[in-house]
Ligand binder design. Structure first.
Ligand SMILES: Nc1ncnc2c1ncn2[C@@H]1O[C@H](COP(=O)(O)OP(=O)(O)OP(=O)(O)O)[C@@H](O)[C@H]1O
Ligand SMILES: [Mg+2]
Length: 393
């Protein structure tokens, strides 16, 4: 969808901002550009919508050389979101959002309808916020308007230059989550600039790690964290990348323990027997459809008088998550519920119970994922020990 071919930008004062840059972004892919200040991220981005012209090399959009496309027409195909959102202060939120449809000559009613739809999409109630002015919104809300406005003409490509850089970390995380949900629906081709490796890892399908004017590594988040291509990248992603990997390593079926399972309507005597036979301290309790209901401790099952069913003695279990969730979420869920284990359910078939994840298994999963990359994806310039010791105690 977007292709850079040997693109160089030298400014008039001789600064080489980017140097023979070549990369390709697939349709519907979200690529984060991350790197220190001044490394050429904004320059890269602005060359895509021709706010800056390359000195050498070519850029293609959907196969077309953009130097041959009229900049105004080009920009209609490209949404642009920047940090200082740049909303018009004297226009309402609805009018701001409808800016591009207006420019495109849409009828007023249709443009406003589209704007309201988009505000809704980014989590702002148009009937509440639509008629307000930008100064009457919080920073996070203004950023959402920026995103809505960029999406207004339904461009296939979005350029986002540190769009969440100016809001506090809590709001930022919320905006990131919302943006991921939004992207899952709209599937734009996105170039997303950030300083923040955490943000790059959370959002990117792939990450381009910039050194000075060059891309040092262009890979999946897991690979960048687990097998940095150069010592520079290793340094940039930081020594705590074992922890960061938590957010990019999914819970897999092989990570799960399989404790004894009983059903709500089982006689208590049968549950007691199961627990005793397996020498377990508790069993998972499922309902008739094999959905997670909760758990039952061994002492509860055996001390109760025989005759009843599991139902009367089962405890509810709130700590669960779908298979494929990141280990970080598993860890957070464990902490939140102060749970010694969490249940893992099938994300596909309406939450069928699959097994449980314990802290020990979580740690194993993390180790496995780091070791796998260290061995399977050897990269020049990085000692394997550097990678393998990250998860050490
Ligand atoms: N108009 C300009 N004239 C001369 N040099 C410029 C110009 N714009 C940017 N530069 C230089 O080009 C280099 C890359 O700048 P760019 O804005 O692309 O960096 P960046 O990675 O976006 O940085 P930041 O994270 O601080 O936004 C820097 O050294 C910068 O000083
Ligand atoms: Mg910049």
């Amino acid at each position: 969808m977007i292709r850079f071919e040997q693109v160089t930008k030298r400014y008039a004062d001789g600064t080489t901002a980017v140097d023979r840059l070549s990369f390709e972004v697939a349709e519907g892919e979200l690529v984060t550009l991350v790197g220190p200040s001044g490394c050429g991220k904004t320059t890269t981005m602005k060359m895509v919508n021709r706010l800056i012209e390359p000195t050498e090399g070519r850029i293609f959009l959907d196969g077309d050389d953009i130097s041959a496309i009229d900049p105004v027409r080009l920009r209609r195909r490209i949404g642009y979101v920047i940090q200082q959102v740049g909303l018009f202060p004297h226009k309402t939120i609805l009018e701001n959002t409808a800016t591009v449809p207006h420019l495109l000559g849409w009828k007023r009613g249709k443009a406003r309808e589209r704007a309201a739809e988009l505000l809704d999409l980014v989590g702002l109630d148009p009937s509440v916020h639509g008629d307000r002015y930008p100064e009457q919104l919080s920073g996070g809300q203004r950023q959402r308007v920026g995103v809505a406005r960029a999406l207004a003409a339904d461009p296939p490509v979005l350029l986002m230059d540190e769009p969440f850089g100016a809001v506090d970390p809590v709001v930022r995380e919320r905006l990131q989550n919302e943006f991921l949900r939004l992207q899952a629906r709209v599937r734009k081709t996105v170039l997303f600039v950030t300083h923040d490796i955490e943000e790059a890892v959370r959002l990117g399908d792939r990450i381009a790690v910039y050194g000075q004017g060059r891309i040092e590594q262009f890979d999946s988040p897991a690979t960048v964290l687990g097998a940095p291509a150069t010592p520079y990248v290793a340094d940039f992603v930081g020594a705590d990348r074992g922890l960061k990997r938590l957010s990019v390593t999914p819970v897999e079926e092989s990570d799960l323990d399989r404790p004894p399972v009983v059903h709500l309507d089982d006689p208590l005597a049968k549950a007691t027997e199961r627990l005793r036979a397996e020498g377990a301290r508790w069993a998972v309790v499922l309902d008739g459809d094999d959905q997670l209901h909760g758990w039952i401790p061994a002492e509860e099952a055996s001390s109760a008088r025989t005759g009843g069913t599991v139902r009367e003695h089962a405890r509810r279990m709130e700590a669960w998550l779908p298979l494929g969730s990141p280990l970080k979420q598993a860890f957070a869920t464990m902490l939140q519920h102060d749970a010694g284990w969490i249940a893992v359910v099938d994300p596909e078939s309406t939450g069928r119970f699959l097994g449980v994840l314990t802290p020990a298994r979580l740690h194993e999963a993390l180790r496995r994922s780091i070791d796998a990359d260290a061995h399977d994806v050897p990269r020049a310039g990085v000692a394997v020990e550097t990678v393998a010791t990250v998860a050490g105690p």
